[in-house]
Design a protein around this ligand. Structure first.
Ligand code: ATP
Length: 354
């Protein structure tokens, strides 16, 4: 078993409330991603789980056992950081073997374990090299191998792919998913990169200002964000938000547009709202009764599609379009909205309307 749970974790550094009541329940074997912007408290969360940070309040539980007062060593967790911290004078083999040597495992078992994990990570041919003779991606694999070789209760990873170039990062995402499936162990993975979170996680916890805003599958967080902040943080390009209110059976924009009222909208007339539209849920091609007029003012060609920024009064609506139909700057066009996929938020609290 490898469940990890935290209840009401609080931690302040002077004036800064780094953790402000963090509750997490990580199921056994999950690839659980803690996603949030810089300063959200991700690293502090991970360090608290590992026992490297003393909490002001709250508790950490592994398999239901309260380990809050225990040392890092007693928790049997492996941590992988963004800087690999390999021993420069030791070979790759010795680097990977080091946690087992500390444990005084028999030499034969160590060799077998290193061999197995090296094969899993495709680094068998690097075992005799020293860290200076490795590329960044290879060093990252060795650091991972060293964490994996112990078979700990769970793996804690703090932005382990940050220092890799884009191509390697993409490769390692697939690789980490594969390794996770093979090992069937619990991963708690911290990142500020929502693409990483969306591509690898079974479950995502979105963290901001030391608080968990939302927990769910990547699809749930993307499709049903609990508030405008989560809606904006998750998804690229960023969701467009247009000020509006309900008036009878219409949704009336502050910039003069009017759309049919989305089904099931409960907001009372006149209450200030924000209409959230993702770029793929609006179109310059489809035709329907739900349209908003605007003027093209920015185009970002991205190969198979182009992002079109449409000025609607003083607000901006980003549309994902085929390159051939994206329009030209200054051109007026009519954007069709898929109202079934639209999000509505209270403009004051930012919370999604149910
Ligand atoms: P990043 O993505 O930039 O690593 P993070 O989400 O991991 O950010 P934390 O490193 O957990 O954020 O930090 C949360 C807050 O606590 C930040 O405001 C940070 O400056 C502060 N903080 C973290 N560690 C310390 C410390 N040892 N001393 C003082 N302040 C700290």
């Amino acid at each position: 078993m490898g469940t990890v749970a935290t209840y009401g974790m609080r931690k302040a550094f002077g004036e800064v409330q780094a953790l402000d009541g963090v509750d997490l329940e990580v199921p056994d074997g999950a690839f659980f991603v803690v996603l949030g912007p810089s300063g959200a408290g991700k690293t502090t969360t991970l360090r608290a789980i590992a026992g490297l940070e003393r909490l002001d309040a709250g508790s950490v539980h592994l398999d239901g056992r309260d380990v809050t007062g225990e040392t890092p060593g007693a928790r049997d967790l492996a941590m992988v950081f963004q800087n690999y911290a390999l021993y420069p004078r030791h070979t790759v083999f010795e680097n990977i073997a080091s946690p087992l040597r500390v444990r005084r495992d028999p030499a034969g078992e160590i060799a077998a374990a290193v061999d197995e994990v090296a094969r899993l990570l495709h680094i068998e041919r690097l075992l005799e090299r020293r860290p200076a003779q490795l590329s960044g991606g290879e060093m990252q694999r060795v650091a991972l191998a060293r964490a994996l070789v112990r078979r700990p209760h769970a793996f804690l990873m703090d932005e382990p792919l940050t220092n890799l170039d884009l191509k390697l990062r993409v490769e390692m995402r697939t690789e980490l998913s594969r390794i996770h499936r093979r090992l069937g162990r619990t991963f708690v993975y911290v990142t500020n990169d929502q693409v990483e979170a969306m591509s690898m996680a079974d479950q995502v916890a979105v963290l901001k200002d030391g608080k968990v805003r939302q927990v769910g599958t990547p699809a749930e967080v993307y499709e049903r964000p609990v508030d405008r902040w989560v809606a904006s943080f998750v998804g690229s390009p960023r969701i467009s938000l247009l000020a509006c209110h309900v008036d009878d059976d219409r949704l009336v924009g502050s910039q003069g547009w009017s759309l049919p009222r989305p089904r099931g909208t409960t907001a009372e007339p006149g209450r200030p709202l924000l209409l959230g539209l993702r770029a793929e849920d609006v179109s310059v091609e489809r035709r329907g009764e739900a349209t908003v007029e605007g003027e093209v003012f920015g185009l970002e060609p991205l190969g198979d599609h182009t992002l079109v920024d449409v000025k609607v009064g003083t607000e901006t609506l980003t549309v994902k379009a085929r390159p051939t139909v994206a329009g030209r700057p200054g051109e007026r066009l009519s954007v069709t909205v898929d109202l079934d996929r639209a999000h509505l938020f209270d403009a004051g609290t930012g919370l999604a309307l149910s």
